[in-house]
Design a protein around this ligand. Structure first.
Ligand code: ATP
Ligand code: MG
Ligand code: MG
Ligand code: MG
Length: 464
C-alpha cells in the first residue's frame, strides 16, 4: 500500500531530494564518533560538520539512518512508540537553509505528502523561540493554542556544555482531536505522538555559558519511520506496522499463540522479541559480535532478553535464528547487507542462544535440588540465587515449584532483589544515550562493565 514503511521512507527521501538534498546511505550502527557506542540519531554521522571540524561536500543531505537507543530499552513493548532499533529519517542543512524553510517543508511533507489533517497536528517550540512561534502561527497558520512553548529539557539541543546548540520544534500527531483543545498535554501518549523533531542550530555556547549567534546556521531533523507508519497505517502502536509485525507473527506461531488473542503480558514479550531481533540483525550486520563489554555486551543483553521472553511465551527450543529470518526478509530490500550477512547473523544467534539455554538448564537442575532439600517452600534466598546466578526468572521458579505443589517465598525474594538493587545501583542506572547525554561517562561505564555473571543481564531484563 502507499502507506507501507518502505513507501514512507522513499517518499521522505524523494521529497527532500526534489528540494536539493543529496540522498546518502545510512551510516553504520557502529559510529565513527568515539564518544558514543552506537549510532543514536541521524545527525551523528554529520556531527563533525556541525561542530565545524570537517567541511561539508554539499549543503543539504537527507538520510534514513539506522539508530539504536538502549536508553529506551525499558520502554520497549510498554509504550506504543519506543524501540531500541528504529530508523530516523532526516533532512540536514549545513549552513544553508534555516528555520523558516525547515518548518515549512516539514509542514508541507506532513500535510501534503503524508496527508495528515492540519487540525490533527500540534507543534512545540522552545519557550523563548518567538521566531519559531511566529513562523508556525503566521507563515503556516497553526492556531496559537496548538503551538506549545516547552522547556530546555525537550526543546533545546546541545552537543555538550559548550559548542553549537539551539532550540527545537517538534510536530505531534493528535489521535483524539475530539477530546478538545482546552487541556493539551503533550505528555499524554494516549492522545499525542511526537513524530518530527527540528533542531535549529543557531548559537555557540562559550565556557561562561554565553550564547552567541553562529556564523553558519544548521538544520538537523529526525522523523521516526515506525511512528509515521503507525499513524498512516492506523494501528495502535509501532509494533503492529508492516515494519515489525511479521516478526511478531513468526514468534507467535513458534510459541503457538495468537497475538490477537494474547494477553498483555504475552504481547509485551512478543513486542520485545520483535524489537530486539531487528536490533540484533542490524548490529551483527554492522560487525558487532557478542561480548562482555561495550557494544558486544549490548548485543548479548538483547539476545538474552529475546531468549528469556521466548521462554515466558513457552518456547523451549532454540528459535531466534528462525525469527531472525523474518527480520532479515523485512529489511533486505532497504538494507541488502542483512542478507549478505545472513549466515553470520544466524550463527551468532544460535551460539549465544545455546550458551544461554545451558545456563538456564543448570538453574533448573539446581532448583530440583533445592526442592529435594526442602519440599515445603522455596526460600526467597534460593529463588534469588537462581535468578541472580543462573538467570532464572522468578516466574520460572514459581512454575516449576508449583508443579511439585511447592510455593515460593516471593516476599523475601523481593527483599533480596531490593538489596541487590541498592548494591548495584550505579551499574544498573539507565544509560543515557541521547545526544546531549553524558557520552564520555557512557563510554567509560561500558568499558568498565565487565560481564558479572548473569546478574546484570538478567536484572536489566526483568519482566515486571
Ligand atoms: P520521545 O520524546 O518520544 O522519546 P525523542 O524526543 O526522544 O522522542 P528525538 O531525539 O527528538 O526523540 O528523535 C527524533 C525522532 O526520532 C522522534 O521525533 C521520533 O519520531 C523518533 N524516535 C526517537 N526515539 C525513538 C525510539 N526509541 N523509537 C522509535 N522512534 C524514536
Ligand atoms: Mg526519547
Ligand atoms: Mg521528545
Ligand atoms: Mg524530540
Amino acid at each position: 500500500s502507499s502507506a507501507s514503511g518502505a513507501a514512507i521512507r522513499q517518499q521522505f527521501l524523494d521529497f527532500y531530494a526534489a528540494r536539493g538534498h543529496r540522498i546518502l546511505e545510512s551510516a553504520s550502527l557502529v559510529p565513527e564518533d568515539p564518544t558514543v557506542l552506537l549510532t543514536i540519531a541521524g545527525m551523528l554521522p554529520f556531527k563533525p560538520i556541525f561542530l565545524g571540524q570537517r567541511a561539508a561536500e554539499f549543503d543539504r543531505a537527507t538520510t534514513s539512518q539506522k539508530c539504536i537507543r538502549t536508553n529506551d530499552i525499558e520502554n520497549v513493548g510498554r509504550t506504543a512508540r519506543h524501540h531500541t532499533f528504529f530508523e530516523m529519517l532526516g533532512n540536514f542543512s549545513f549552513g544553508d537553509y534555516f528555520k523558516e524553510q525547515a518548518i515549512s517543508w516539514a509542514w508541507e511533507l506532513s500535510t501534503e505528502v503524508f496527508k495528515l489533517p492540519p487540525e490533527q497536528l500540534v507543534v512545540s517550540v522552545f519557550r523563548e523561540d518567538d521566531e519559531a512561534f511566529a513562523i508556525w502561527r503566521d507563515r503556516i497558520g497553526v492556531p496559537p493554542h496548538r503551538i506549545l512553548r516547552m522547556d530546555e529539557v525537550d526543546n533545546f539541543w546541545t552537543s555538550g556544555p559548550t559548542g553549537p546548540c539551539g532550540p527545537c520544534s517538534e510536530i505531534y500527531y493528535d489521535f483524539h482531536p475530539e477530546r478538545g483543545d482546552e487541556a493539551i498535554d503533550l505528555e499524554d501518549d494516549s492522545r499525542f505522538i511526537e513524530f518530527y523533531n527540528l533542531v535549529f542550530m543557531q548559537y555557540n555556547r562559550d565556557a561562561e555559558g554565553n550564547l552567541s549567534p553562529l556564523q553558519a546556521q544548521n538544520i538537523d531533523t529526525g522523523l521516526g519511520l515506525e511512528r509515521m507508519a503507525q499513524i498512516l497505517q492506523q494501528v495502535p502502536n509501532n509494533y503492529e506496522t508492516d515494519l515489525i509485525f511479521p516478526i511478531i507473527e513468526t514468534a507467535a506461531r513458534i510459541a503457538g499463540i495468537d497475538y490477537a488473542q494474547a494477553d498483555e503480558i504475552a504481547r509485551v514479550s512478543l513486542k520485545v522479541i520483535g524489537d530486539h531481533l531487528r536490533a540484533v540483525v542490524h548490529m551483527i550486520t554492522d560487525g558487532i559480535t557478542a561480548a562482555n563489554v561495550g557494544r558486544g555486551y549490548i548485543l548479548r543483553r538483547l539476545i538474552r532478553r529475546v531468549v528469556r521472553h521466548g521462554r515466558l511465551l513457552g518456547i523451549e527450543r532454540p528459535f531466534t535464528a528462525e525469527v531472525a529470518e523474518t527480520a532479515i526478509a523485512l529489511s533486505e530490500s532497504a538494507y541488502p547487507a542483512v542478507r549478505t550477512r545472513e549466515t553470520a547473523i544466524k550463527n551468532e544467534l544460535a551460539r549465544e542462544e545455546e550458551q544461554f539455554l545451558k545456563t538456564l538448564a543448570r538453574g533448573e537442575k539446581l532448583l530440583a535440588e533445592i526442592l529435594a532439600r526442602n519440599p515445603q517452600q522455596v526460600s526467597g534466598e534460593a529463588a534469588f540465587e537462581l535468578y541472580d546466578t543462573y538467570g532464572f526468572p522468578l516466574e520460572l521458579t514459581q512454575e516449576i515449584a508449583d508443579e511439585s505443589g511447592v510455593s515460593v517465598d516471593v516476599e523475601s525474594f523481593e527483599a533480596e532483589m531490593e538489596k541487590q538493587r541498592q548494591r548495584s545501583k550505579d551499574a544498573h542506572e539507565t544509560i543515557d544515550l541521547t545526544v546531549q547525554g553524558s557520552l564520555d561517562e557512557l563510554a567509560e561505564r561500558l568499558q568498565s562493565t565487565e560481564f558479572m555473571g548473569y546478574s546484570q543481564a538478567i536484572t536489566e531484563s526483568q519482566v515486571e
